[in-house]
Design a protein. Structure first.
Length: 258
């Protein structure tokens, strides 16, 4: 249950945030009673907060009575620096990769033990792609995630290796095997997955690196998703690496990385 603390003693702000926190990728649409249960807020209070949040635009009430996240929060989210500057710089390069391959291309950054997807261009083939802009997926089960995990701090790596989740029957969950795979990612400079996040899909990803005085820093991962039966998956790595280098050079010229 999201936000299970009792409503007693909570500020109005914390209650409103608790209501919003009831929504996630697995629960994008919720009824009044579901929001109350998941947020740990009394039904009458939940009803009032939902009405106020909907009036402001944070939530939308559907015709079936359920609620979903509104456009206002989406607009605010796009102002986050990690989204705004990175997406603006990277978008032309993602478009170049998509034009060359016609496959689904996406860009992700690390947020804790998850890969946060900040941009995506959908491909022409019907591939089971679970990533959406704004979604968070496990680092160990995705191509972009493995790239980000390979350069993550030791404490993040240890946390992931301690109990990796099994997303499909092909997900690598053995800590030793995953560690060796990450070492290989660091050595060759790209990651590959095969049906580890969703059946029928394979992926290739490379790091987006910015050169700094203290040394190169991985700031994002650029990936592509293709049907699992494709035999030329490894050949996509050089295409992604050219684009990633372009993104890295462009980012190095921005105020954020000077």
């Amino acid at each position: 249950m999201a936000g299970g603390a009792a409503a007693t003693g909570r500020s109005v702000t914390s209650r409103a945030l608790g209501v919003l926190d009831a929504f996630d990728a697995a629960h994008p649409r919720l009824s009044l009673s579901e929001v109350a249960e998941r947020s740990g807020t009394p039904l009458t209070t939940t009803h009032r907060l939902l009405a106020e949040l909907a009036a402001w635009g944070a939530l939308v009430r559907r015709s079936d009575g359920r609620y979903e996240i509104g456009r206002k929060l989406w607009d605010l989210g796009l102002l986050a620096p990690v989204d705004l500057e990175l997406r603006q710089v990277a978008s032309p390069f993602l478009l170049d990769v998509h034009t060359a391959t016609r496959d689904t291309v996406h860009l992700a950054v690390r947020e804790g033990t998850k890969a946060l997807y900040v941009e995506r261009i959908s491909g022409r083939e019907s591939v089971p792609v679970v990533s959406q802009v704004g979604s968070r997926l496990p680092l160990h089960a995705t191509g972009v995630g493995k790239v980000l995990l390979a350069s993550a701090p030791d404490d993040v790596l240890e946390q992931v290796l301690r109990q990796p989740t099994r997303e499909t029957r092909h997900t690598v969950v053995d800590a030793g095997l995953l560690s060796r795979e990450l070492a290989e990612v660091r050595r060759r400079g790209w990651a590959r997955t095969a049906e580890e996040m969703s059946l029928g899909a394979a992926s290739v990803a490379v790091p987006v690196t910015v050169e700094r005085l203290a040394g190169p820093m991985v700031v994002a991962a650029l990936g592509i998703v293709v049907p699992a039966h494709r035999r030329d998956v490894a050949r996509l790595a050089p295409v992604l690496q050219v684009a990633a280098r372009g993104i890295g050079r462009a980012l190095a010229r921005t105020e954020q990385f000077r």
